[in-house]
Design a protein around this ligand. Structure first.
Ligand SMILES: CC(C)(COP(=O)(O)OP(=O)(O)OC[C@H]1O[C@@H](n2cnc3c(N)ncnc32)[C@H](O)[C@@H]1OP(=O)(O)O)[C@@H](O)C(=O)NCCC(=O)NCCS
Length: 155
């Protein structure tokens, strides 16, 4: 199923930010401003991607940053709920792995709410392993697990 839905993964531009912001507000439980996306685009344009369907609608996005000499981080990943389950999240993560590798880095790191078993499982199936438990990571005091993936395993 996930490989048959036709979509394009391309770099996010400033013109995409309104729609990306809408998806973020609907899908993520932390508070973000649009400026966060402009900041991330400025910081590492290649690490900001959108998945677009055949009629040009943005289905989801991934936003990341360069973290260290050998690591990038996924800051945000979300797919609009009407487009979930058809491979957009996997496609975005795969392309992010390629962009990480092209940037000369070997690992991707990210944090997930410790109670979000479905998303932890999503990342595990795509090569991520839990490396740390971080108490009080989120603004509301919630805990996170840190997960890391080698880009070779991810691509
Ligand atoms: C996590 C998320 C990005 C995955 O995006 P997606 O486009 O649904 O991902 P895919 O279609 O590639 O794969 C989704 C998985 O869920 C399953 N799935 C099927 N239907 C689904 C649906 N309606 N909704 C969610 N997942 C579904 C898929 O079969 C697949 O299972 P697998 O892991 O066994 O392969 C998306 O669920 C999301 O935006 N969640 C809310 C935001 C969030 O929690 N982001 C992560 C913060 S770290």
């Amino acid at each position: 199923m996930t490989n048959t839905f036709l979509m394009l993964i391309r770099q996010m531009t400033a013109r995409d930010v309104d729609r990306v912001y809408e998806i973020a507000c609907r899908s993520l439980d932390e508070y973000y401003t649009k400026e966060v996306f402009y900041f991330l685009i400025d910081g590492w344009p290649s690490g900001q991607l959108v998945a677009v369907n055949m009629i040009g609608n943005i289905m989801g996005f991934i936003s990341g940053a360069r973290l260290t000499r050998d690591k990038t981080t996924v800051s945000l990943l979300a797919v609009d709920d009407m487009y979930r389950g058809v491979g957009a999240g996997s496609g975005l993560l795969r392309e992010f792995g390629l962009r990480t590798s092209m940037d000369g880095k070997q690992h991707i790191q990210l944090e997930v709410r410790s109670t979000n078993a479905d998303v932890i499982s999503f990342y595990r199936k795509r090569g991520f392993v839990v490396t740390e438990y971080i108490k009080g990571f989120y603004n509301n005091g919630g805990d996170a697990v840190r997960m890391v993936c080698s880009v070779r395993a991810n691509s």
